[in-house]
Design a protein around this ligand. Structure first.
Ligand code: MN
Length: 572
């Protein structure tokens, strides 16, 4: 946990100013101080986790503020609340914002396996973050947590692994961090599918080694041929398929390992795009390609921006073998995705950058991935680019969470009433109040992404007309109206009161005796009058009572009261 180690990563690919280095150093010391004495479940100092997170962020070549925020990312969460003010005053609003974003994301717990829910959470993560660097820190944080998952109790391991498998790995993939996504997915895989993982370990290891040895024989043959064509590859290496993706592929291939040609693929990294195609030609000259297995992801990148040439050839000894060809930039992008874009962005304007600049993905099925990619093209000034990273991806939507951690997707401006009706009409109708992030809040409050919303309910309550003033969604408005209509007609049709006429002999105390009988029957009296104008005095009494059986039973009891001569009643 040496500062130098962090500094080395930070300076690895570009020179950095003294000011930036000093800034990170201060964050380093601050984090160390704030976490002093805290231990992780593994027993190691808590600070190690913050350090490892920052180290990963530095490896991705991010800016100094992001690295500082990574160092500080758990200070507020695990330390004292007052730290959030100190971070702001000592490291500025930007770092404070990043730290707060990561803290906010940490609150989210993922508990359901339903696909739509997973998709919503991924969207929400982005919506909450506003700044893509928050996600990048979160991914680095998750990476270290996955690396140290064995120290947690099994229940927690499963939950975190599932979250990684279904939320963070796909999210990383979408951000173009293909290599990293595969890595964290693999880390999750062994916890989620321990038996399958063991099976793979037992059965694949040998294949892996055999394939690797084989490719070691292929490499010099290819290298020689490239040299004859005056192509100097930047590197040739082997990529072993990740266990989790191998497992998925095996399921599609009857668990037959011989069918998997890319178990270990040969990867050739060259200088330029022209070289990529040249290498492809040379490879096909050496070995005949398997029909239908040539994939040009340079001309047609994957939706997440992945670019490369893939081909499977009948290689040495006639063995089908996958070969991937790409430039260094494509390679870094494929490993680190958006983080790599960010790094390139910072170098923009430098000669090194301009030399390597190539056109970005033109077509994408995912508008927001497209948006990410376009940033690089649209913003020539790094300041602008920085601002653009803070664009709200889902400006028109907000994502609120139920106390059970489910995500509710609503239009911007939605209120707790909209939230309640989107869950169920009963929840809406019976809503009497709301707690937002644990605090009682007015019902016309405008929800923010990431708000935890707990609707307070009261049985058989009816909606209030005033809600129509602030309800945002048509669904809520419609349901409020129908709820109001229902309660009105309910009041009209169904009487809940009964008026009794009791003819009596006037005597002192008779009124008191009658009301005593009613009260003893646990019936509320709404109104009672003694009328003495006519020949016989009588009592007019209104009770909150509508059930026929109870009315008759009351009449029976009242007739026994001394001085009662006659009783009639009607519903009102
Ligand atoms: Mn953390």
């Amino acid at each position: 946990m040496d500062f130098k180690e962090l500094l080395n990563e930070f300076q690895k690919k570009s020179s950095r100013s003294e000011k930036e280095i000093e800034f990170i150093k201060r964050a380093f010391e601050f984090s160390k101080m704030a976490h002093a004495g805290q231990k992780r479940k593994s027993g190691e100092p808590y600070f190690n986790h913050s350090f490892e997170t920052a180290l990963k962020v530095a490896q991705w070549q991010l800016d100094y503020q992001t690295i500082a925020a990574a160092l500080l990312h758990d200070v507020v969460e695990d330390g004292e609340e007052t730290y959030s003010e100190r971070i702001k005053s000592e490291f500025g609003a930007e770092v404070a914002f990043l730290v707060e974003g990561v803290t906010k994301l940490g609150r989210l717990k993922y508990r359901t396996q339903e696909e739509k829910q997973a998709e919503n959470i991924r969207k929400m993560l982005l919506a909450i973050s506003h700044d893509i660097r928050v996600i990048i820190i979160k991914l680095a944080d998750r990476y270290h947590n996955m690396k140290t998952l064995r120290f947690l109790p099994p229940q927690k391991q499963k939950r975190i692994a599932l979250e990684t498998y279904e939320i963070y790995a796909p999210l990383a993939y979408r951000l173009g961090m293909t290599g990293f996504a595969g890595e964290i997915e693999d880390l999750a895989f062994r916890y989620l599918y321990p038996k399958e993982y063991q099976w793979l370990l037992g059965n694949v290891q040998e294949h892996f080694e055999e394939r690797q040895k084989y490719l070691e024989r292929v490499e010099p043959v290819l290298r020689k041929s490239l040299k004859e064509n005056s192509i100097e590859p930047l590197k040739i290496d082997f990529r072993a398929k990740h266990y989790s993706s191998l497992y998925k592929k095996l399921l599609r291939n009857d668990m037959n390992l011989d069918q998997i040609y890319d178990l270990v693929a040969l990867r050739v990294v060259v200088e330029t795009i022209e070289d990529c195609y040249a290498v492809l030609g040379i490879v096909h000259n050496l070995w005949p390609p398997l029909p239908g297995r040539i994939k040009d992801y340079i001309a047609l990148p994957k939706p997440n921006g992945y670019r490369s040439l893939h081909t499977t050839v009948f290689c040495v000894d006639n063995k089908p073998t996958e070969i991937q060809i790409r430039t260094l930039e494509m390679h870094e992008e494929a490993e680190n995705g958006i983080a790599a874009h960010w790094a390139y962005e910072q170098k923009k304007g430098t000669k090194d950058y301009l030399d390597r600049k190539t056109s970005f993905v033109e077509k994408s099925e995912l508008a927001w991935v497209q948006q990410l990619k376009n940033w690089q093209k649209d913003f020539l000034d790094p300041e602008d680019f920085l601002k653009s990273l803070k664009i709200d991806f889902f400006r028109d939507r907000i994502f609120a969470i139920t106390p059970r951690g489910e995500v509710v997707d609503l239009p911007a401006g939605a209120t707790p009433v909209d939230f309640a009706y989107s869950i169920h009409s009963t929840v809406g109708d019976e809503c009497v109040g709301v707690k937002i992030n644990g605090k009682i809040t007015p019902l016309d409050y405008q929800l923010q992404s990431g708000d935890m919303v707990e609707i307070l309910m009261q049985k058989s309550k009816k909606p209030s007309e005033s809600w129509l003033r602030f309800a945002k969604t048509d669904q809520a408005k419609r349901k409020i109206k129908s709820g109001l209509k229902e309660s009105r007609s309910f009041m009209q049709k169904k009487s809940t009161r009964t008026e009794f006429r009791i003819v009596i002999l006037d005597r002192i105390g008779i009124l008191k005796d009658i009301t005593a009988v009613v009260s003893r029957s646990r019936i509320n009296i709404a109104n009672v009058n003694l009328i003495k104008t006519s020949g016989f005095p009588n009592i007019k009494m209104v009770c909150e009572l509508s059930e026929k059986r109870k009315i008759e039973s009351l009449v029976f009891k009242l007739k026994k009261v001394e001085g009662v001569r006659e009783i009639s009643y009607r519903s009102i």
